[in-house]
Design a protein around this ligand. Structure first.
Ligand SMILES: [Zn+2]
Length: 212
């Protein structure tokens, strides 16, 4: 019951509505891109030329028991990087300056997110560092940020350098229930280091969702 005069405006209205719908759909798609969680990164803890300086020495005999970590050999002073985005925490058995009788100068960090096999809250223990770190508990670091330098400290009171040739002792302790690997919750870092090395020193993972 419409006169021909009314038809054109109605068609225009439908076109305009359609256009608005298309535009808003496009906008929400583009907006969704901004909400998309950023890929999470893991990096090898030493520069590329030292990515081969380790073996699977997990469980190797040490004076204090089975070796709970991986030793990565590199010259004194080589920068040590955080494997994942993390928060610096106090070491349970370390002094305020980060000194640990066995580990020498250490930095302890907890992973900020799940990254591949690393779970949010996992503790990484970087030991035998050349000197006391300038980082403080609560400091946040990104994957690849410098934590300290390779050294040989440890094996006695603060300042002792009896940990053998300069190397990074990397320890990895799960935030969830300790598995069969070690009562302490230690996990063998070797497979993680191998994944990083074989992937050119780093890998990224897309988180499963904004709430993961
Ligand atoms: Zn070690």
């Amino acid at each position: 019951m419409y006169s021909p005069k009314q038809k054109p405006p109605r068609r225009t209205l439908i076109l305009v509505l359609g256009l608005i719908l298309m535009l808003s759909a496009g906008c929400s798609a583009a907006g969704g891109g901004f909400l998309e969680p950023e890929p999470r990164k893991a990096v090898f803890p030493l520069p590329e030329q030292y990515t081969g300086g380790y073996t699977d020495d997990w469980g190797a005999t040490r004076p204090q028991g089975g070796h709970e970590g991986t030793d990565i050999f590199a010259p004194r002073g080589t920068p040590v990087r955080s494997i994942t985005a993390s928060t610096v925490v106090d070491g349970e058995e370390s002094s305020e300056a980060g000194w640990n009788t066995l580990g020498g100068y250490t930095v302890n960090v907890r992973a900020a997110n799940d990254v591949g096999p690393v779970e949010r809250g996992d503790l990484f223990y970087y030991a035998h560092l050349r000197r006391s770190t300038a980082l403080e508990p609560g400091d946040e670091v990104e994957a690849g940020d410098k934590l300290g330098e390779v050294g040989s400290t440890g094996g006695g009171p603060p300042g002792t350098r009896e940990a053998g040739p300069p190397h990074l002792h990397l320890g990895w302790y799960t935030a969830s229930e300790p598995d069969q690997q070690a009562e302490s919750g230690a996990r063998n870092p070797y497979p993680l280091l191998e994944r990083l090395r074989l992937n050119g020193g780093s890998f990224t993972v897309q988180p499963e969702g904004p709430f993961s």
